[in-house]
Structure formats: C-alpha cells, structure tokens
Design a protein around this ligand. Structure first.
Ligand code: ATP
Length: 708
C-alpha cells in the first residue's frame, strides 16, 4: 500500500492530515480552556453550571493517545447530501482533483481555525456511508479508505473503490484485512469500542430512530452489547438536548459486566450515561435484600399476575363512605351526603389514575361539591375557598379513612406475611398452592428486618409505581434482557414509559427459570408491544469450531434459533480433554498455565461450587487469578469466572472446567445446558474443555477435538 521508499506517498499525506488534526484539536481545547465566563454571568449558580459544562467540554476534547483521531476516509463524487441536511463545505484533499470531496471519519468532530472540518464525527449523517455504502449501493462514495494504526502510529490503509472505473465488487468482513485484524486483536483490558468497524446490519440498529423501541435477538458474540452502547452514543449526539434533559440508562446483568463495559461510552466521548442492574433500579431506601427465593417462589413473584395482585392490594384499603361529610365554615355547615361521596370514590376508582394522585384529587372533588352547594345558597366562593375547604379537618378525616395512605414496602410486607390478606388480593389470580409458595416462611415484623429477596424488591417497586408514577428516562438500553422476569420487564419499562428502549438478548442464553421464551411477550411486559425484533447472526467473537460445538446444544435449549456464523478467519484452538476425577484440578491448572504462554486474556470458567478449590489450586501454583469484571492487564491476565457471572464477558483463551458440574449447578437441566452454552461461547481464539464426568447432552457425541 505505501508508495516507493523515499518518495512522499499517500500515507505521508494522511499522516500530515493526522498531525494537522491533532494540532487543531489542541487549539479547540485551548480555546475551551481559555473561555472566560466572568463577563457572561454575574450569578454564581449560573457561573458554576456553565463552568462545569466547560470542564466537561475540555475533558471531552482530550486527545486520547490510544484512540486515533480518525479511522476512515470517504471520497465522494460530487457533494454528499445523504439526508438533504446541509453539509459543511468540504476540504478537498490535496491529492484530489475536480469534484471529489474528502471527509475523514473519527470519534469526534475536529475543525480548523476557520471552522472547516478536519475530522467528522462518526455519528454525523455524512459519515453514514462509511458504514453502509457498498459496491451495489455506493451512496455517492467513490472511495472508502480504512486506516490501520500500530501503537498510535498510522501505518496502513486499505481502499475500496465503490463506484466509477475499477470499482471493487467484493466488500464485507471477509474482504477487509483491517477488520480481521481488529477482530483478532487480543482482548486484554476492558471492552473496547468498535466504531471503526461497525458492520452495515449493526449500523442500521445503531442509527435506528429514537422514537421507536428496537429489540435485537443475537447469538453469542454478534455484537449486541457493542451495538447497544454505540446506539446510546449515537442517540446522545443526534438528540443531545432532549436526552440530556430526560437521561439515558444502560441496564446490565451484574456489576462485573457493568465494570467490563463501563469504558466504552467514555471512549466515545459520552461521560454522562447511567449504568445499573435491575436490582439497582428497584433499590428502596428501607429495604435490604438478604434472602434468596426458591426457584418456584421467585418465578411466581416475577409472574405478571403479581401486578394484578398488587393493584388490588394497593386499593384494598379504599372504603365506600357511609356517613356524610359535614364542613363547618363560620356559622354555616355544608353537608355532602354519603351517596355523593360514594359516587366520587367510585369514579376515582374507575379512572386509570395512580393511587396517590387519586388521593390528592379526592379532597378537591369533595370541596367542589361543597362549593356547588355554596353557590346554590347564593354565595360566590372562589378557588381559594375551594382550597380551604379541601384542607378542612372534616374533609381530611374523610380522606384518611376512605382513601388511606399506602406505604409500598409495608403493603408488600403484609402481602407476603399475612395469608388471609394475600388470599383476599390474589383470589382468582393465584391458586392456593401458589399463594402458599409466595408467602414468607414466617411473617415479618418490620420492613427493616423482613427477609426481602430480589424479587420482593421488584414487587415493592411495582407497588410504589401504583401509588406514584416512576419518572421516565429518554432512552434505556436493556442488555441480556432474556433473563428478566415479567415483573422485572415492567420495572424497566416504567423507566422508559415516555421514552424508548433498545432490548438486547439471546433466548438461548436465558439462565433464569423464568427466562423469556418470546420477545413479543417480553416487549409486551416492557410496555412496548409490537416493537420490531431484528436478528444479528454474524459472530465476531467465537471461532468457527467452537461455535459449532456449542451450537449442538441449541436443539435442546432454543430449538427455534439458528446457529451463528463466525466472521473470524482463523479457526481458533479447540480441545476437549478427559481426565481421571482426581487429576482434573491439576490438569486445569496446567491448561491455564499453557494458555498464559500465549498472548491475551485467559478465563477459567467453572461451576460456582468448583471455584473455591480451583482458586486455591491456582494460587498454590503461583497463578493468582483475578475476579470477573476486574480489569486484566499485561501482567495479570488470568480470571477465575464462576459460571453464573460469565455472561457478556469474553477472554482470548477460555479453559472450561467440568461442564457437567456447570449443568448440575442449576435447578433444572434446560437452565443448566443454557448456562453451559454461555460458558462455551466466551472464547475469542481458543477453548480448552477439561472434564472427568461424561459431557452433558449433545456435547457427548464424538468430535474432532475430542481426546480421551
Ligand atoms: N463490527 C465489529 N467489529 C469488530 N469487533 C466487533 C464488531 N462487532 C462486535 N465485535 C466484537 O465482538 C465481541 C462480541 O461483542 P459483544 O460482546 O457486543 O457481543 P454480544 O452479542 O453482546 O455477545 P453475548 O451474547 O455473548 O453477550 C466484542 O469483542 C466486540 O468488540
């Protein structure tokens, strides 16, 4: 690709543009730092707000040494106008002539001192053809150039001619060595962005409209998490003001996973996105989760029918008034008869209002009736009188008995402690056996000491929302969504009730007994019925032989799903080794040692029950492992991962200990096989399976990698 030695070639011109862009970025940062807000605002609150925005801007203008300023270039024939949106005057590259317009595509926008763009943000409309244009549909692009970097230096480029004479017919992952190199790059450290190599079908999802909810079903390693995170960055760029006001949130399965992905958005310049697990979302100040439910109880508590039980329970204290309400004002008494009060209460019960809002409306309704009487008596009361009547002691007393205040935690405590109360609320919804399974073994005395479980906390969250509406964010990305119970979907759904969501998951990786069987159903629980479901099938992580081995489990765990393909060119190392039971642990330690002799991260995945023994053996052998989610470094590359925490993570080399124990660690065989499927699909370039017990399910059939 580079020209003859000695002569300045295209690579030199590109390096010169890189150097000039760096200088321009430094100047932009210096300008931001030099901003003097002293003259603009005298008010210290405004000044503080403005200053923090400037600080953020300065931070976001940092030149990240490890992230090249641009990774691609587009040469358009003529002037690009993909959306009919105004495009800034193009800087024609020095080696271009005629009508060509050149744009460099990078992580952020950089302009020169005249305001002309040096680098275009990858999220800008004009960058879209970088991801989507093809020989079939060039979208005005004559040439697409991808840049390769080695240790921060621009060292290579790769061209695709998309139109005009000499246009290349081939494009796509197989045609790009730079993409292949990126996919093969060792995975030490936290998750990286994929902004330079987003594929067309991924880009469609990343840039889907903010107004609709999108659900993505995808086999392991197809880039769902990557797509979700890039989508957030894209939406924040495109709808900055709206989303800054309403907020965005990424929901992931556990802390280690969140820790693993937390660097991606900052690397894309987005520092202000909340990340949480579902348990974090429903955390209640008075509740400490300290118990685990049986699978049966957790399944029932997560069932959508519980929402009906709770709705009834919240309203169960409402009574129909039997006495009139008498309001004394001055020398006069105003009487609202019981039948009118009853009408008011029934009307409020029929309306689809939050319990708390209805409680607030009740005194005003009663006051209105009093005012009508006052008018009939010739008085001319105004709004202030109505407010005063609403605050009158008699009206307050009425509200207190007729529409009592409800505390969500106390209500759920009663529901789970008091069999008669539960029976009354769950009548016709839960069978008597189901009610027994839901009840705590012993009634709880107080909210503080009750044996709350994670599923109970979701019930309290639902009850709280029945009383007062949960504020909605602008956009929520829900990753590993397949594991949520219907009640958990509802909890996430109310946090995007007026916004939209990106739902990412894989039915085959559902490892909770209540894991979703259908996205259509899940989306209904989320409050986004009928949203589009897209499928990603190109795998970027798992080598071909490994995904083929893992996919043998699909007929048992998710018969409707198709096997993923692998875009990775290298076949990967794959071995299945059988050992005597008493030799297994030593063999696993040796396999870890062998894997560490290679480049990249190593994950030892084992049944949770085996991790203690394996951890001790590793330490004894001088191979002290990290915990899942802890950042791997060049010096510390081995992680011991309990199978229940492996989801979403990846390692260059995976050593998988005793598959049978992983399956047996789960309450039922299907969940066990799914857990194993997750564990088998964490490997980027090599998988070594070691076992003493027979391999479970369809894995037992002989395979070329099999060794006895
Ligand atoms: N277009 C791409 N270019 C380069 N790498 C990619 C691309 N898409 C995905 N990857 C890489 O593939 C790996 C798997 O991606 P990711 O974790 O997003 O997949 P996933 O579908 O969420 O997997 P899982 O279902 O196992 O959680 C990551 O290392 C990611 O960076």
């Amino acid at each position: 690709m580079p020209g003859p030695p000695g002569e300045p070639g295209p690579l030199d011109a590109e390096r010169a543009h890189l150097a000039a862009s760096r200088t321009a970025l430094r100047a932009m940062r210096a300008d931001a730092e030099a901003l003097d807000i002293g003259d603009v605002t005298a008010n210290w609150v405004n000044a503080a707000v403005l200053q923090s925005e400037i600080d953020l801007r300065v931070k976001s203008l940092a030149d990240l040494a490890h992230a090249p300023l641009f990774f691609g270039r587009l040469d358009f024939d003529g002037f690009p106008d993909p959306y009919g949106a105004p495009v800034p005057a193009a800087d024609t590259a020095p080696d271009d002539t005629g009508e060509r317009h050149t744009f460099y595509i990078g992580r952020r926008h950089v302009h020169d001192h005249d305001g002309d763009p040096m680098v275009i943000d990858w999220r800008a409309p004009v960058s879209q053809p970088f991801y989507r244009a093809s020989g079939k549909d060039p979208q005005g692009v004559a040439l697409r150039r991808r840049f390769g970097y080695t240790a921060g230096e621009l060292t290579a480029y790769e061209d695709e001619r998309l139109s005009g004479p000499g246009a290349d017919a081939a494009s796509g992952p197989a045609a790009s060595t730079l993409l292949q190199r990126e996919i093969e790059r060792p995975r030490v450290g936290p998750m990286r962005d994929i902004v330079a190599t987003i594929q067309p079908e991924q880009d469609t999802l990343v840039r889907a409209s903010v107004d609709g909810t999108v659900c993505v079903q995808g086999a392991p390693g197809t880039g769902k998490t990557a797509v979700g995170l890039h989508r957030v960055a894209y939406l924040l760029y495109t709808h900055r003001e709206r989303l800054a006001r309403t907020g965005t949130l990424v929901v992931g399965p556990n802390r280690s996973f969140l820790h693993y992905i937390e660097q991606v958005l900052p690397a894309l310049g987005e520092l202000d996105v909340k990340q949480a697990t579902v348990d974090d979302l429903v955390r209640h100040p008075q509740i400490t989760v300290r118990s685990r439910d049986s699978a049966e109880a957790a399944g029932l508590k997560g069932d959508a029918r519980m929402a009906r039980v709770l709705r009834r329970a919240v309203r169960s204290g409402v009574t129909v008034p039997t006495e009139p309400c008498v309001v004394v004002r001055g020398s006069r008494r105003w009487r609202v008869p019981a039948y009118e009060l009853e009408e008011i209460v029934r009307e409020l019960l029929d309306r689809d209002m939050r319990y708390g809002a209805a409680r607030d409306a009740l005194p005003q309704r009663v006051a209105h009736h009093v005012l009508v009487r006052m008018e009939q008596a010739g008085e001319a009361p105004d709004d202030r009188v109505q407010d005063a009547v609403a605050r009158n002691a008699a009206v307050k007393a009425l509200v207190k008995t007729v529409w009592p205040q409800v505390d969500p935690a106390k209500l759920v405590l009663r529901l789970l402690s008091d069999a008669d109360f539960l029976a009354a609320q769950a009548d016709g919804v839960l069978t008597p056996e189901e009610q027994r399974a839901v009840l705590w073994p012993k009634p709880a005395r107080s909210v503080r000491t009750a044996p709350w479980s994670a599923a109970d906390a979701v019930l309290v969250d639902e009850a709280a929302d029945l009383i007062a509406r949960t504020p909605s964010l602008g956009h929520v990305v829900l990753d590993e969504a397949q594991d949520l119970s219907p009640m958990q979907y509802r909890a996430v759904g109310r946090r995007c009730s007026t916004g939209s969501a990106t739902v990412l998951g894989d039915i085959a990786q559902g490892t909770t007994p209540w894991a979703t069987a259908s996205w259509a159903e899940a989306l209904t629980h989320l409050g986004k019925p009928g949203s589009v479901v897209e499928e990603l099938t190109q795998g970027f992580r798992v080598p071909r032989d490994v995904i083929a081995f893992a996919s043998r489990l699909l007929p048992e765990i998710a018969p409707d799903l198709t096997e993923a393909t692998s875009v990775r060119e290298s076949p990967g190392d794959f071995a299945v080794l059988r050992h005597a039971p008493d030799a297994l642990t030593d063999a696993v330690v040796e396999a870890c040692r062998a894997a560490l002799r290679r480049e990249g991260s190593v994950g030892l995945i084992a049944a949770d029950a085996r991790t203690e023994e394996l951890g001790a053996a590793l330490r004894e052998a001088g191979l002290t492992p990290l915990g899942p989610g802890e950042e791997t470094t060049a010096d510390s590359r081995l992680t011991l991962v309990p199978a229940t925490l492996a989801k979403g993570l990846e390692y260059d080399h995976v050593v998988l200990d005793e598959p049978r124990a992983i399956v047996d660690g789960e309450p039922d065989a299907r969940t066990g096989l799914r857990r194993l499927y997750v564990a088998l699909t964490r490997a980027v370039s090599g998988l070594t399976v070691l076992h003493a017990a027979p391999l479970p399910g369809a894995l037992a059939a002989p395979s070329p990698a099999w060794e006895d």
